[in-house]
Design a protein around this ligand. Sequence first.
Ligand code: HEC
Ligand code: HEC
Length: 302
Amino acid sequence: MSDFNSPYWSYYIGTVVVLGLFACMFLLWKMSKSNGQPIDPGENGHVWDEDLREQNNPLPLWWVGLFVITTVFSAIYLLLYPGLGSFKGNLNWSSSQEHAQDIQANLDSIAPLYAKFDALSIPDMAMDPQAISIGSNLFLNNCAQCHASDGKGSKGFPNLTDSDWLHGGSPEKIQETITLGRVGLMPPMAQAVGTTSDIDNLANYVLSLSSSPHDAVKAKKGQEKFTVCAACHGAKGQGVQAIGSANLTDQIWLHGVGQVAIENMIMNGKVNQMPAQKGRLSDSQIRVLSAYIWRLSNNAPS
Ligand code: HEC
Ligand code: HEC
């Protein structure tokens, strides 16, 4: 492996480019004259099939002119812009710099708008039609791929429009979730629970917590096993928002409905991640989004 930061490759590429330009000019100079003495003016003596002859005319002047202009253009371009190895060009232009400038210009142009929102509390912003319309666009661009365009989510991706929250639904908690991201972690619990019939019984007990269809006899047997779950889900299975453990007493299921889905959770556990937006979105954008989400949910005033 060669070291691509060493000057070797820079000189190598620079030399190839310069030699290429000279080769073009040389070819042009060579071809714009006729070579040697043709047998007949305009002919080079090559004859095939008795009467098929090769012409030896100089290149048309307009074409040579265009070629020269192109070559001169290349030389000037290579002096001004990057192209000769690692030579940066006299204008010191770079695409990443231009991109950064565009982003800054864009941020500057929307700064006054966000300054207005920064002065509002999240609940006040939730009542501001302009903030909600910007929040909706931000949501469609950054969040809808996981939470669906209406915010109702899907299996594994929480519904943001109901009042059931893994991590809390206050404006502050929503802002914290979006800024720092969240990891919902439930370890596989099969070993701690016991045999397959223990798991079967426990799953029925979990179903009974939300009055979902279940086998009452099995549920009764499974109840004592719930102590290993209570540490995270609370004694009554109501969930603990500080660690994002799901509420098992409602009929809202993030990872699937019914006995099989619950047994799956017990046996395999789950790692579920909401990616942090800090660094991707500005603090002001995150506040506007928080207002949008807060309003989507049942928590918001109508
Ligand atoms: C790559 C997929 C993905 C993207 C993109 C994403 N999220 Fe999430 N989000 C998740 C997952 C998964 C969870 C559930 C985390 C858990 O199980 O603890 C979540 C959880 C949340 C929660 C907490 C829900 C609760 O019940 O407490 C909020 C609020 C949220 N997301 C808002 C957003 C916003 C706003 C955006 C856009 C900036 C966004 N998410 C982008 C996957 C995503
Ligand atoms: C270390 C903490 C922890 C323990 C112990 C734990 N869980 Fe969980 N559980 C979680 C977390 C966190 C989630 C949410 C996962 C997510 O964010 O997607 C969860 C989710 C679930 C779900 C899915 C809920 C839904 O809405 O789909 C079920 C069912 C469940 N747990 C049952 C159990 C049972 C039964 C036990 C006991 C055997 C148990 N859990 C033990 C942390 C725990």
